[in-house]
Design a protein around this ligand. Sequence first.
Ligand code: ADP
Ligand code: ASP
Ligand code: MG
Length: 449
Amino acid sequence: MIVSKFGGTSVADADAIHRLAAIMAGRAEERPLVVVSAMAGITDALLALASVVHGGSRDELETAIGELIGRHEAVAMSLADGEMAMATVRADAEALLASLTAAAGRRLRPPELDYLVGHGELWSSRLVAAAMAGAGLRAAWVDIRPIMVTDDRFGRATPCGHLINTRARDCLEPLLDEGIIPVTQGFIGATPDAVPTTLGRGGSDFTAALLGAALGAARVEIWTDVDGLMTADPRIVPTARTLSAASYDEAAELATFGAKVLHPATAMPLVREGIPIVVLNSRRPELAGTIIEPAAELERMGDSPIRFISSKRGITVINVRAPRMLGTYGFLRAMFEVFERHEVVVDVLASGEVSVSLTVEDRSRLEPVIRELSDLGEVWTEDRRAIVSVVGIGLRTTPGLASRIFRAVPPANVEVISQGASAINMTFVVREDDGPDVVRRLHQEFFGD
Ligand code: ADP
Ligand code: ASP
Ligand code: MG
């Protein structure tokens, strides 16, 4: 079997959904399972409803939900079974409106927020199932929530691997055995008590990987709006090139340091079985895309020792200076315990003689972290920063590479430099506004355009 996951832009409108159905028609013999994201922009729009709820106006809420339904309706009109799909979508929207109205005037609680933002996937998958049926495929809409069991960390829930494996096999294999193509949702799950959860933004890729691992897929396809993993974000570097192959490590590195094309956890469930991931462009399905697998033959990109350059905005640097503590043991542990207690993820770390700098992306719980770090030493932060990461094979062993990297950065200033033990990446921090230019200059230096 195979898993084919379609991202937001690949289900954004009627044309995109028809393209999806045509792609799947070409794969019907491979026992496919289809996983879809919400239509592009819908998850953001649902999230924005939270402040409409807080504002307290039922009319505004009704209008906003009406607009979202309108976008789905426009697609449904072009589908043979569209009206049937819309009946369910409308019923869902009614229930959603009722529950949001009951919360009017206050902030939504985390479980309510997850229930709200998960609707994009519930709706898009109805339309996709209808489009596939219209294209003559035997498709069946499946609610993933009872299968995708997670803990109750709403907004970024952790899937329960074993339960998912058993339930995916029990619920999905009989359908596949009958020649039916299940169409289900990425991103969403539920606790064992059936309270809806989400896996975090961009989480549909992760869903596809979890289901691929559970069902022993021959490959997991990630259909998106670019030709594959590229040497840089094509929105920043229009001349970026597509990598024909990448290793799991590279893909994880690329994703962790900013490339939105793949959720950072995607490779994780697939490593043990060595299941390949293929990143493909749903507008140009004839292209081979990028294959990500353990034994990837990593081609050199022309003469460049570098494979790709990524960047991530919205970063805060935290500096801790503790002349008394450094060089004594226990200091780093005490510091990391603070981050652990508040569940704040640290991305990049650089340590000097008497100071440590690290970066975090999530500012929401920073205040108590900084307060507690202040017990260890002097603490100051710098926000509006970007991480730039240069990834290449043998980055550490190729003489002169670091100087080429840092020659390309000015006039931007480099703030925190780190090279992980993996020896495939060199990461540093610049001001957020300088990020795109630095990426372009590095691309020019290493790829000549
Ligand atoms: P989807 O909705 O299909 O999940 P995303 O928007 O999450 O798609 O990810 C695709 C986007 O990732 C592309 O449009 C591209 O701008 C961005 N991206 C960033 N870095 C890279 C990269 N190195 N290679 C390919 N795409 C990248
Ligand atoms: N729709 C969700 C998001 O926008 C999940 C995904 O697209 O992967 O984050
Ligand atoms: Mg995505």
